[in-house]
Design a protein around this ligand. Structure first.
Ligand code: SF4
Length: 131
């Protein structure tokens, strides 16, 4: 354990010395030195599982066919090729997953797709509401 810690400290020190040395040598025009800087940038931007920015009233609301919206299990609009206009007469307001407007702004939500949903929108998960 302590050996590992010491090793970590040693590496950190070497890295500091290495970078300082490199900076110093750059001014002198010198070269050499066996310091190798290994930077592994781990850019793991985790996509935020979100409620899709819908008002609270929609977060766990139920759709036309009674499917409850799960804010943690939604597809992104991109993933389902959502578009804000109908396709071949099919549109969100006729889809079983559509959650109707609850605040009078003309937009609804969807039980399986994130974000506010235009009643005249459409996506590849469209399933006609038979009710
Ligand atoms: S067409 Fe797609 S986005 Fe629209 S209500 Fe149905 S599943 Fe949701």
């Amino acid at each position: 354990m302590s050996d590992k810690l010491a090793e970590t400290e040693r590496r950190r020190l070497l890295a500091l010395v290495g970078s300082g040395l490199a900076t110093g040598l750059a001014g002198c025009g010198g070269g050499g030195g066996g310091a190798t800087a290994t930077s592994t940038a781990t850019a793991t931007a985790t996509p935020t599982a979100s409620d899709g920015g819908v008002p609270a009233a929609y977060e766990t609301a139920t759709s036309l066919d009674g499917t409850q919206r799960d804010p943690d299990a939604l597809s992104s609009k991109d993933a389902v090729n959502y578009q804000a206009e109908p396709s071949d007469g099919q549109q969100c307001s006729d889809c079983r997953f559509y959650i109707e407007d609850k605040n009078g702004d003309g937009m609804g939500a969807c039980a399986i797709v994130a974000g506010t949903i235009d009643p005249e929108g459409y996506c590849v998960s469209y399933a006609e509401y038979q009710g």
